[in-house]
Write a new protein. Structure first.
Length: 116
């Protein structure tokens, strides 16, 4: 299944989750997809999404929670696409890194000399 999710820092991601089942009924497949979407949305709300994708812990969480519905194999996030990134605001970035609201002007000898 696929999920469009907005992260805490305003990125819009398109995640593709995949799992392997055999002989599952249509209703069970729909329940598994619903559970996948719930778990992925919970995991994306945390700030540690990158590490969870690298380690594959999202897939193991999905596999554990869906065991009551149907037996799953090879559960993982196959692909992550960046659909929309937030607007870049220099003032907000400087605030987060403790620089305050600097004017962005060069200081001292860094201004350069006039060229004729």
């Amino acid at each position: 299944s696929y999920i469009d999710i907005k992260t805490t820092n305003d990125y819009l991601l398109h995640l593709f989750c995949i799992c392997k089942t055999s002989y599952a009924q249509h209703q069970q497949i729909r329940q598994i997809q619903k559970k996948m979407k719930e778990i992925v949305t919970q995991e994306v709300q945390t700030n540690d999404l990158k590490n969870k994708l690298i380690l594959g812990s999202i897939g193991t969480d999905i596999e554990k929670s869906c065991q009551s519905i149907y037996l799953l194999h090879e559960v993982f996030v196959r692909k992550v696409k960046l659909l929309k990134k937030p607007k870049f605001e220099l003032g907000k970035l400087m605030e987060q890194h403790g620089e305050g609201s600097s004017s962005g002007k060069a200081i001292g000898d860094e201004t350069g000399a006039e060229v004729e």
